[in-house]
Design a protein around this ligand. Sequence first.
Ligand SMILES: NC(=O)c1ccc[n+]([C@@H]2O[C@H](COP(=O)([O-])OP(=O)(O)OC[C@H]3O[C@@H](n4cnc5c(N)ncnc54)[C@H](O)[C@@H]3O)[C@@H](O)[C@H]2O)c1
Length: 264
Amino acid sequence: MRFAERVVIVTGGGGSGLGRTLVRRFAAEGAAVVVADRDEAAACRAAAEVEEQGGRALAVRTDVRSDEDVRSMAEATRFAYGRIDVLVNNAFTSHPASILDTRVEDWNRDLDVVLTGAFRCSQQVLPTMIDQRRGVIVSVSSVNAHTHVGAAGYSAAKAGVEALTRNLAVEFAPFGIRANALVPGTFRTDVWKDREKIDPDLLDRLATWYPLGQVGMPDDIASAALFLASDEASFITGSLLPVDGGLLAGNPQFARDVHPENHR
Ligand SMILES: NC(=O)c1ccc[n+]([C@@H]2O[C@H](COP(=O)([O-])OP(=O)(O)OC[C@H]3O[C@@H](n4cnc5c(N)ncnc54)[C@H](O)[C@@H]3O)[C@@H](O)[C@H]2O)c1
């Protein structure tokens, strides 16, 4: 029970992929979880699932693009539970078109949700964390922040989240607040469903790019998030933790092409 008596906010917590898994896993370890999602019905379903399992959860309809929504969400959390121990910045949108076909409004939307949303949520929880002299912010970045996978606006936003993470970590370390980012590779969630309709073998083919030979599951990312949010990571701040099956470490085909002498 690493999160007994702790209060955790998960943005995008109504999502059927990582968001929901984070909500379930934090609750299973004793946390009261605030499910902050712009999809109110999904947030309510995620909170209801926790309560059915005997846990504590609160659904708060929150669009992370709205200053007012984010302020109200932080207030609702303090009102319900009296403290804020962990914020997970998970909400995202992604416009996957070519740069040439990306309108400024598409670019701005991804920046607003992913980067400015993480900034807004962090800014609203920090005063409580400062008063408590403890708190953890875990932001979900992506391998897109490090290598070309398309979706330029989303990628730039995730790179910004990593810069925000380092700024949060150093500025608020004197108050006992830590900030880290996860850098996931592909993992199996409903976001792939539309592309799987075009290419049913998509995730199996993507798996071949991963040194570990598979794409991840939401629980793989959630395990890393819970670790970074827990006291086990009490000396870890400002870090980026790849949870990517080795994708960013390199590509074995590249190494084979560099060393033909080993593959005659
Ligand atoms: N799925 C992948 O393969 C993959 C790969 C790398 C990184 N990631 C990252 O992992 C995280 C979770 O991805 P997932 O695919 O599991 O999604 P998810 O199932 O967690 O769903 C995301 C949620 O964000 C919510 N959301 C969207 N815009 C919002 C807004 N403006 N305000 C509040 N909520 C909003 C959606 O309603 C949805 O419920 C994201 O940050 C994503 O960028 C995912």
